[in-house]
Ligand binder design. Structure first.
Ligand SMILES: NC(=O)c1ccc[n+]([C@@H]2O[C@H](COP(=O)([O-])OP(=O)(O)OC[C@H]3O[C@@H](n4cnc5c(N)ncnc54)[C@H](O)[C@@H]3O)[C@@H](O)[C@H]2O)c1
Length: 249
């Protein structure tokens, strides 16, 4: 199961999983054609996939999503939470409750609802499963104007480790990846503006922004047998960006 599977990191994860022989249920939010295109890409590579519209903030939609996936493919054994919204860039004095609420609901309630349904779906059957939450380096490294996003991702970090502890006896591993600057629609302005991209990439020690595939490879590792015994971990994928916070002072 990959939420946000029609775009960016989620799509790269869905395609990588499908190519590796897994049946993939992916969600799209507003762009049905993008969901269908991700399914086609997986099927063209010989894989099996379905796309379903779902708002991850909606409890009933999450229930229906898992039910559809289980009907088609059986119990969901791996969950990648990639659906998310970026910060609004609003100073707290100007931030409405609705703005704050929307980001918290999408980036934190969403993974809560899908993780809960995932754990319920495996209850009573053979234990064992994997969850990977797509967090952000901003779970720890703050940005002014990002109190909505940074709070949500900080909460997601705690959700990840708490569930890792809680679900360990059932051999359900819960890990996260923390990307830095990744070239997806979430960074559309850097994709559109070469000068902005060059300026931002100059701040990254590795000298380039990351790709959705860079993140997907790390997610695939955390979902693979090679990652057995890893739980509660966060893998940073940022070309060293988050190491630079104390430079220059
Ligand atoms: N791109 C980056 O630089 C970057 C860096 C760090 C973390 N991330 C995280 O990676 C994840 C994926 O982002 P991306 O870069 O692929 O961006 P993206 O915009 O390409 O993908 C986000 C996806 O989330 C979906 N979505 C938004 N609200 C939703 C909702 N309520 N219900 C269901 N789906 C919803 C969108 O439709 C889209 O498919 C996000 O959680 C984001 O916070 C991205």
């Amino acid at each position: 199961m990959v939420t946000g599977g029609e775009s960016g990191i989620g799509r790269a994860c869905a395609v990588a999983l499908g190519r590796s022989g897994n049946a993939v249920a992916l969600t799209y939010f507003a762009d049905e054609a993008a969901g269908a295109s991700a399914v086609s890409e997986i099927e063209a590579a010989g894989g099996r996939a379905l796309a379903r519209q779902a708002d991850v903030t909606d409890e009933r939609a999450v229930e229906a999503l898992f039910a559809a996936a289980e009907d088609s493919f059986g119990p969901v054994r791996a969950l990648v939470n990639s659906a998310g919204l970026n910060m609004t860039g609003t100073p707290i004095e100007a931030m409405s409750l609705a703005q704050f609420d929307r980001i918290i609901r999408t980036d934190l309630y969403g993974p809560f609802l899908t993780c809960r349904r995932f754990a319920r779906g495996l209850a009573g059957g053979a234990d064992g499963g994997r969850i990977v939450n797509i967090s952000s380096i901003h779970e720890r490294a703050p940005r002014a104007g990002g109190v909505d996003y940074d709070s949500a991702k900080g909460g997601l970090a705690q959700l990840t480790t708490t569930l890792a502890l809680e679900l360990a006896p059932r051999r359900i591993a819960v890990n996260a990846v923390s990307p830095g600057m990744i070239l997806t629609p979430m960074n559309q302005s850097a994709l559109d503006d070469a000068a902005e991209r060059a300026c931002k990439e100059a701040a990254i020690p590795w000298g380039r922004a990351g790709t959705a595939e860079d993140v997907a490879q790390a997610v695939m590792f955390l979902l693979s047998p090679a990652a057995d015994y890893i739980t509660g971990a966060t893998l940073t994928i940022d070309g060293g960006l988050s190491l630079t916070v104390a430079m220059g002072a």
